[in-house]
Design a binder for this molecule. Structure first.
Ligand code: PRT
Ligand code: ZN
Length: 391
């Protein structure tokens, strides 16, 4: 017997759901490629790929003609995609509107980067292959990759944002420049972690008297671009020897006279009998953003994240301080409060010459500060941590 209309619609819906469940279970692009290649004819797959390419170009506001020239897709199909993009079920928009942030997969920046985003309110779950973290409560996904790949992914617009060391960003910029290309990313935020410096070091006994000592010497480094720029700026002729890691052993191996590497505590240099002689750059983790236009909704979300980041970074050192002060000592006490703007001054019940003072201090409050405040006449001092702040 033929199923009635409602019954067949329901069956169709269930059958579609079964397909969608299968798609959701795919874990990476290789699995997707194999799945779709088995499921579709080449022409069907090509049609899907074409439409998706068109979505991306439409999001960049390219004219239909230009999209046709770039993809070979007919203007009619482009128009149809554009219509669904604005009046459809929101399907095309769902992946397009999600922000992708590239974060180091495993390394010095990983924990800090994820922790920071979680403090901004992002709840994440890791994918099975641990390459993507999906945002559960915001349309934000994290791509977990090697730090060296982050500027490239952002530049090529695979990710909208990236969290990476300034050292990597600047080295990549120089590399692209040397190939006659431009880094299509901008640095938009300093994150105050991952601090280090790119420093020049020499075996302890070396007589270094300034950049001139480098003339005709060999410098081992992973940062060839930055070292060459430094040499050029100082008018020095020296050879750079590329090392991808363990740069500090190069002098012992007789491969170089100097090294240029990242230093934080200096203990690696010390352990290898090396002395720091100059600093090429100071570095910390930064947020970079693609130069490709994000569109209104995505940009609004990026702005929101940055505003929250600002709040999170500000409260890290901030304290809320409460005290009682003689009215006469108010000016002196205000000056002693570290990094606070206008404190709140409240009357105290039953007395005219004393007030309560509440202030957010943007810097750490040390015991000495409290002792100085007490010496200035303050009493009932209370210092509390600040959980969140929105300026
Ligand atoms: O696998 P992947 O490529 O993602 O990781 P990676 O091994 O290239 O990077 P990782 O995790 O070591 O560093 C990531 C980022 O952390 C760097 O790009 C810097 O921005 C930042 N950072 C901060 C540092 C250091 N401090 C640091 N000390 N990166 C590396 N070091 C190394 C340095 O190369 C040297 O070997 O630590 C050693 C020196 O440390 P000290 O404390 O002995 O001076
Ligand atoms: Zn790396």
């Amino acid at each position: 017997m033929k199923p009635n209309r409602n019954e067949s619609a329901r069956q169709q819906h269930d059958a579609e759901d079964a397909l969608f469940e299968a798609v959701i279970s795919l874990r990476n692009s290789d699995e997707c490629r194999n799945f779709f290649k088995d499921l579709c004819t080449p022409a069907e797959l090509q049609a899907l790929v074409d439409r998706w390419q068109v979505v991306e170009y439409l999001e960049q506001d390219l004219p239909y003609r230009k999209i046709h020239d770039l993809t070979g897709v007919s203007v009619t199909t482009i128009g149809r995609v554009a219509r669904f993009l604005s009046d459809g079920f929101g399907g095309y928009r769902t992946p397009e509107q999600r922000i992708k942030i590239a974060v180091q997969k495993t390394g010095r920046l990983t924990e800090h980067s994820i922790d920071l985003l979680e403090r901004c309110g992002l709840k994440i779950t890791k994918s099975k292959d641990q390459l993507i973290c999906y945002g559960e409560n915001m349309p934000i996904d994290l791509l977990l990759v090697r730090d060296d790949d982050i500027p490239g992914l952002v530049s090529e617009d695979v990710c909208d944002l990236g969290i990476v060391g300034l050292n990597i960003v600047e080295e990549k910029r120089l590399k692209l420049e040397s190939e006659g290309r431009e880094g299509l990313f901008k640095q938009i935020y300093e994150l105050d972690f991952g601090h280090c410096r790119l420093a020049l070091a020499a075996p302890d006994a070396t007589d270094y008297t300034g950049p001139k000592s480098l003339e005709n010497k060999r410098i081992a480094t992973s940062y060839v671009g930055l070292v060459r720029k430094y040499l050029k700026n100082n008018g020095i002729n020296a050879e750079t020897v590329y090392f991808s890691g363990a740069v500090e052993i190069a002098p012992k191996l007789g491969r170089a006279d100097y090294i240029c590497d990242l230093v934080s505590t200096g203990s690696t240099l010390k352990a290898n009998g090396l002395t720091e002689v100059d600093v090429l750059m100071d570095s910390e983790a930064v947020v970079i953003q693609t130069l490709a236009p994000l569109g209104e909704e995505k940009q609004a979300l990026v702005d929101k994240i940055l505003q929250r980041l600002d709040g999170v970074l500000q409260v890290r050192e901030s304290k809320y301080i409460m005290l009682h002060a003689p009215r006469a000592a108010l000016a002196e006490i205000r000056d002693l409060l570290p990094g606070s703007e206008a404190p709140t001054v409240l009357p105290l019940d039953g007395t005219d010459d004393k007030v309560a003072v509440h202030a957010v201090c943007r810097e750490n409050v040390f015991w000495e500060t409290l002792e100085n405040l007490k010496a200035a006449g303050a009493s009932s001092l209370l210092v509390l941590p600040v959980e969140k702040m929105l300026a």
